[in-house]
Design a protein around this ligand. Structure first.
Ligand code: UDP
Ligand code: MG
Length: 136
């Protein structure tokens, strides 16, 4: 079934720092995802901890929160048919070493932690994550 959905995308500090914002956005727009909301922000470690709280029991949690708050990020709402799964496909595997050719993480990711982008993993989480950054 094809359905218009929204998902949350984040361009992480490693990619913002390397001036990859436009390269990454063009991958979304070339693949029929429309950028409905977009802002560049710098969040605190506490905000990162709240955003990533599903991972609070993981050994990488503290580093992950430090990292996401280490520099500016770009948060976006992407909209399109099957946006949640399409964005995950365009991103590639969490570890850039395992990512498919031409995915964002294969092209630009440095390591499993500095993997350039975040994307919601379900429609339910997309709603929560969009609300986290774009409360109306
Ligand atoms: N992460 C990490 N080490 C790991 C697994 C994950 O640093 O062993 C980081 C990585 O930046 C990843 C984020 O934690 O993007 C969230 O992990 P998740 O499993 O949700 O991966 P994603 O959904 O981002 O592919
Ligand atoms: Mg995830």
């Amino acid at each position: 079934m094809s359905k218009v959905e929204q998902t949350l995308s984040i361009i992480k500090p490693d990619a913002v720092e390397r001036n990859l914002i436009e390269n990454i956005k063009s991958i979304f727009t070339k693949n029929n995802l429309v950028i409905k909301e977009n802002k560049k922000i710098h969040i605190t470690k506490e905000e990162a901890a709240e955003f990533y709280k599903v991972h609070q029991s993981k050994p990488f949690y503290d580093n992950l929160c430090l990292y996401l708050s280490s520099g500016p990020i770009v948060v976006m709402v992407l909209e399109g048919i099957n946006a949640v799964s399409l964005n995950r496909e365009l991103m590639g595997a969490t570890d850039p070493k395992n990512a498919e050719e031409n995915t964002i993480r294969k092209l630009y990711g440095i390591s499993i932690d500095k993997n350039s982008v975040h994307g919601s993993d379900s429609i339910e989480n997309a709603k929560k994550e969009i609300n986290f950054f774009f409360k109306d």
